[in-house]
Design a binder for this molecule. Structure first.
Ligand code: ADP
Ligand code: MG
Length: 517
């Protein structure tokens, strides 16, 4: 077998239970390739067909329709003796570990080896003992299964499955009977041993606490392969459409030209670990599954400024991807606890955006709010998060048509503007009244802020470029003034005139600061 040849290759696999009128389809058009050393987790609700799929791969059932190859050998049409021979090539672990009760732990493990001819009895004993030591049962070699705990029995079953160093290990709900900690230990152990031996592993589970161990997660829903983590993604992203996305990915992957789309996976990050580093190139999008992350803006010569604290179900990393730019902030796991995060590659993110208007507009809106927030923290660094969030909630989005004027000479400043989409130009009249373009403003940049802060009228035109409209985020002067006051004093105002007076003093002070820096 060539090094990179598929261990399992499934094409258009269908499966049915029952006969005649009772005949019911359980698996529908399954396509799946498992490569050497991959650790795959198959999830999905109870009754979705996971066990059926695994038992077909495990040669415990006959293939009815479609193609299923293991190590390059077709199982469709294989005879029973052929299936039995094939079964010796992999380890199979089930929920209720099928140990023989009249044999000790060591004898159970030896049984697996005895099916493989060519080993001396002495070697068999040594290998079995070494394997049990690896799974932490060196002091239980001579125990019978009924004197072991459920977790220990499961570890014996793993030893049985792995002792022959199979190239493929199959496990059906190996953690179902275990508590959280032992379930996790069992899977981590399988993962480590499989990597050491170079085995591919397929684990069926509906235990989503172990998803982060997988190289790849596959979701089975009503007998069809779906997207990994689609349930989790649909909670975080409005308008997320699994079917559309699955089709889009299949279409893309079948062209063969481009690199296959990589499915999202879950990674665990330690407390305090940095997920995104400001200044690095953006390649991934993230959805927080568990824990808290903090978003920090780093500015030279200043201490980092906390922009945001995100919790379960919130996403981040969209700004760099949408703008095709460097990371604009650092994202770090809060010190208190680790975080589980869905990591999504850029290509997958782009397909999600292309296949749902609702998703893309939600992400764009969120991005704009965050960009605005970041601008406001630059201008008003003393501001507390809650005040910022309150102001962001009051932002209005205004659309300006192509060629329309947003600001004209002589206008008094009433608003704080951040361009969200499109392009606008700053134009100034020369002595003979001809408009000269001075600067182009791109999305994410602000305009008109200086005059608002100083209190001068505008002396230039801000106009949308021809052809596309501009989307502008607008903060009213009053909200901006309130923010400024909140940033520089703890006063509370009962009247607008009083607010205006204090704000204008602060405006001047802020201007002095800005001109110094
Ligand atoms: P899962 O492992 O995801 O819970 P299964 O593969 O065990 O799902 O079952 C998928 C569907 O096939 C279910 O509707 C189940 O009732 C049915 N099924 C499973 N095994 C049999 C069987 N031996 N005979 C008839 N129906 C079956
Ligand atoms: Mg099952």
């Amino acid at each position: 077998m060539m090094a990179n040849e598929a261990i399992v290759a499934i094409k258009d696999l269908n499966h049915f239970y029952g006969e005649g009128e009772l005949r019911k389809q359980t698996l529908f058009g399954i396509n799946l390739v498992v490569r050497p050393q991959e650790f795959i987790i198959i999830t999905g609700p109870s009754g979705s067909g996971k066990t059926t799929l695994l038992s077909l791969i495990g040669c415990l059932r006959a293939v009815q329709k479609g193609s299923l190859k293991i190590f390059g050998q077709e199982l469709k049409g294989a005879t029973n003796p052929q299936l039995v021979t094939m079964r010796r090539n992999f380890g199979y672990i089930t929920q209720a570990s099928n140990l023989l009760n009249f044999l000790t732990a060591q004898q159970n493990v030896q049984m697996s080896l005895e099916l493989h001819p060519g080993l001396l009895p002495q070697e068999i004993r040594e290998k079995a003992q070494a394997m049990l030591e690896l799974v932490g049962l060196g002091d239980r070699l001579n125990y019978y299964p009924n004197r072991l705990s459920i977790g220990q029995r499961q570890r014996v079953a793993i030893a049985c499955a792995l002792v022959t160093q199979p190239k493929l290990v199959l496990a059906d709900e190996p953690t179902a009977a275990l508590d959280k900690v032992s379930g996790r230990n069992v899977v981590t152990l399988m993962h480590r041993l499989a990597k050491e031996q170079g085995s591919a592993v397929i684990v069926v589970t509906h235990d989503n606490r172990i998803l982060d161990v997988a190289d790849r997660i596959i979701n089975v829903e009503d007998g069809k392969l779906g997207l990994a983590l689609s349930h989790e993604l649909s909670i975080a992203l409005p308008g997320f459409d699994e079917t559309l996305l699955t089709n889009a990915i299949a279409a893309k992957n079948s062209t063969g030209e481009s690199i296959p789309i990589i499915q999202p996976k879950v990674l665990t990050f330690a407390p305090g670990e940095i997920v995104i580093q400001q200044g690095e190139l953006a390649t991934k999008f993230y959805v927080l599954l568990e824990g808290i992350v903090e978003v920090w803006k780093e500015t030279p010569d200043q201490s980092p400024k906390l922009l945001n604290r995100l919790t379960r179900g919130e996403y981040f990393g969209e700004i760099g991807l949408l703008e095709g730019s460097e990371r604009t902030a650092t994202v770090q796991v809060a010190k208190a606890a680790e975080a589980k995060i869905i990591v999504i590659e850029k290509d997958f993110f782009q397909l999600m955006m292309e296949n749902s208007d609702q998703t893309s507009s939600d992400v764009a809106r969120r991005m704009n709010q965050r960009v605005l927030k970041s601008h406001l923290t630059n201008i008003l660094p003393n501001l507390e998060l809650e005040n910022l969030d309150r102001a962001i909630a009051k932002v209005k989005v205004v659309y300006y048509g192509p060629n329309s004027n947003i600001i004209q000479p002589g206008d008094s400043p009433q608003k704080f503007y951040v361009l969200a989409k499109g392009k606008v130009q700053i134009l100034r009249q020369d002595r003979s009244g001809v408009e000269i373009p001075e600067k182009t403003i791109f999305p994410g940049e602000t305009f008109g802020a200086r005059e608002l802060i100083v209190g001068e009228n505008y002396s230039y035109t801000v106009r949308v470029l021809p052809k596309i409209e501009a989307e502008v985020m607008v903060l009213e002067k009053k909200v901006f003034s309130e923010l400024m006051v909140a940033a520089y004093s703890k006063l509370i105002f009962t009247s607008d005139t009083e607010l205006d007076r204090v704000a204008s003093v602060l405006h001047r002070r802020l201007m002095k600061k800005m001109s110094k820096s």
